[in-house]
Design a protein around this ligand. Sequence first.
Ligand SMILES: NC(=O)c1ccc[n+]([C@@H]2O[C@H](COP(=O)([O-])OP(=O)(O)OC[C@H]3O[C@@H](n4cnc5c(N)ncnc54)[C@H](OP(=O)(O)O)[C@@H]3O)[C@@H](O)[C@H]2O)c1
Length: 334
Amino acid sequence: MRAHVLKKYGKSNAVHAFDERPETPLAPGEVRVDVEAAALNPVDLKTREGEPKMLLPFAPPFVLGSDLVGTVVATGSNVTTLRVGDAVYAYAGMDRMGAFAEHVVLPADRVARRPGALSVEEAACLPLAGLCALAALDAGKVDKGSRVLVHGGVGGVGGIAVQLASQRGAEVFATVGTSDLERARSLGASHAIDYRTQRFEDAARDLDFVFDTVGGDTLKRSWSVVKHGGVVASLHVPPRADALIAAGLRAPWILRLLLPLVTRGAHAAAAKAGARLVPILSVPSAAGLERITRAAESSGLRVTVDEVFPFEALGAAFDHLQSGKAKGRVLLKR
Ligand SMILES: NC(=O)c1ccc[n+]([C@@H]2O[C@H](COP(=O)([O-])OP(=O)(O)OC[C@H]3O[C@@H](n4cnc5c(N)ncnc54)[C@H](OP(=O)(O)O)[C@@H]3O)[C@@H](O)[C@H]2O)c1
């Protein structure tokens, strides 16, 4: 099979190649998926550059990619949830990756039936973003009547969070760019706030839950809008070492030393606001994906596909993602 193999870390397309690779043997509990489409996430660019290398349980060469749609072509022993021929999708996980390949072998408990209501391309955009959005809303116990603010409300993760929160009956505020106000409303935000021209603090207050997909100053300013006893979930605050290890990642001693220091300010701000800070880490889960499939099939979920590239054209797809011009997910399709 052919796969996009990262040879060494770096910023250019020269560090990866579409190479012939031997098939990975199937272990008990695993399935082999013939990949039809794979979505690029911001983390794939960061991985190519080596940003999370301290956390990874492997070093180059390895196959890039996290989000995929495909068909199960083989099952290992002890697999009871999936069969050969099933149309599936998966978030491979940072501890495995391998989605930018013709075949990927994954634990069956990371692979779920894909939503029939969505196209192959749309379904490929959902796993990582959907699982993060679900984890965040669950952490905030978002329910009917909750007052919720989603920063980056039409982004890959934020767009799903807005829709799932609105489906739960929450009152949703969303910060988005000027040209995305209408889109945010159409996803279910009752209050769309233009982050380029408006301060969200002037439009949203006493919130039960804030989902920060942006980080930096946006997170710092969010403490003034969450109510006492509320929750701020962030994609930009590193989780504790034990959460990294539980997700199959590494937490070397230097990281264990640094983590409390780099997160101290955010946790102190949370305590001062009387709120709880929950760092969100993307964790693979078939059970989570099944909930997303049900949401997509019962209430509908919309994702924005920006551009679909031929499967071999990872370099061009990365260039497009890096240009910052993509409005939605960038995909590879066979
Ligand atoms: N911790 C984890 O496990 C995890 C998991 C997934 C993602 N992430 C990270 O979370 C971030 C978001 O991921 P994504 O996939 O949703 O990215 P994305 O699809 O690129 O979306 C980002 C969105 O944020 C908007 N935005 C930028 N600055 C903003 C601001 N100041 N206020 C409000 N919105 C703003 C962008 O709007 P414009 O188009 O107007 O710029 C865009 O719609 C990335 O950095 C990613 O690496 C972390």
